[in-house]
Design a protein around this ligand. Structure first.
Ligand code: SAH
Length: 230
């Protein structure tokens, strides 16, 4: 799977994409991440990507022209609505990202994530270039880069082979069971007087399975009762 990221700050991704699971997945050739500097598609001396908003008001807006030309040069023959090559505009106004959306996206061959900046992006990008607007939550970030990193991470780890153990994504929070993951403990058995649950220390797999199911349900009821309702 190929992730394209269109941004004015390609260096931003040095940290997030060069650590842990995502770094290993790239080295193993399971995913590929291509960072594209939006300023490549400018032609003036200052490599301008933004301009003042029509109608006045605060701040600057990312221009449509470099974004359209970037996508058209990355995928010359793509049309809006292509199911194998999706253009996603990160946006606080978008539909909300969740594990279900991550699973759907993991089925797509290539994703191109557009990172907005400033006051946002010329609306014609949402209307005529992107296939969808996607938000990672109801808060406003200063740019789409953090959101893009979140999406790449959540989608990439669902690809076959990226996590060592295939079952890891089957029994975690927001999987088909509809529950949060169960609480986990590791050594020592007792830490500052707090003991790990006795049942986990014995080798009775059926009891452990039962305990985990119950503990997952109890934690979901406590932290996210909304998940049990739906
Ligand atoms: N004026 C806009 C916010 C612009 S923030 C508004 O009020 O809706 C600048 C950029 O950060 C956006 O273009 C978008 O790409 C990104 N961004 C901000 N919040 C985001 C969120 N919750 N999810 C995804 N991207 C976000």
């Amino acid at each position: 799977m190929v992730f394209h990221v269109l941004t004015i700050f390609p260096d931003f991704f040095r940290g997030p994409f060069e650590c842990g699971v995502i770094d290993r997945a790239q080295r193993a050739g399971l995913i590929e991440i291509r960072l594209h500097d939006l300023r490549t598609w400018t032609s003036d001396r200052h490599r301008t990507v933004d301009d003042r908003p029509f109608g006045g008001g605060e701040g600057m807006v990312l221009k449509a022209q470099p974004l359209f030309e970037a996508v058209e040069s990355i995928w010359p023959d793509r049309k809006q609505g292509d199911l194998r090559r999706r253009v996603i505009l990160l946006s606080a106004q978008g539909r909300k990202f969740d594990q279900g959306r991550a699973r759907d996206m993991a089925e797509i061959d290539e994703l191109l994530l557009i990172c907005g900046r400033y006051e946002g992006v010329d609306e014609r990008v949402a209307e005529h270039l992107a296939d969808e607007e996607l938000s990672i939550g109801d808060y406003v970030l200063s740019g789409g880069e953090l959101a893009a990193a979140v999406v790449v991470d959540a989608v990439a780890r669902l690809k076959e082979g990226v996590l060592g153990n295939r079952d890891s994504t089957l029994y975690e929070s927001f999987s088909d069971a509809g529950l949060l993951d169960c609480p986990q403990y590791t050594r020592p058995e007792e830490f500052r007087g707090w003991k790990a649950p006795e049942v986990l220390l014995g080798g009775n797999h059926e009891q452990i399975r039962q305990w985990r199911k119950e503990a997952a349900r109890a934690k979901t009821a406590r932290m996210r009762p909304d998940l049990l309702e739906s």
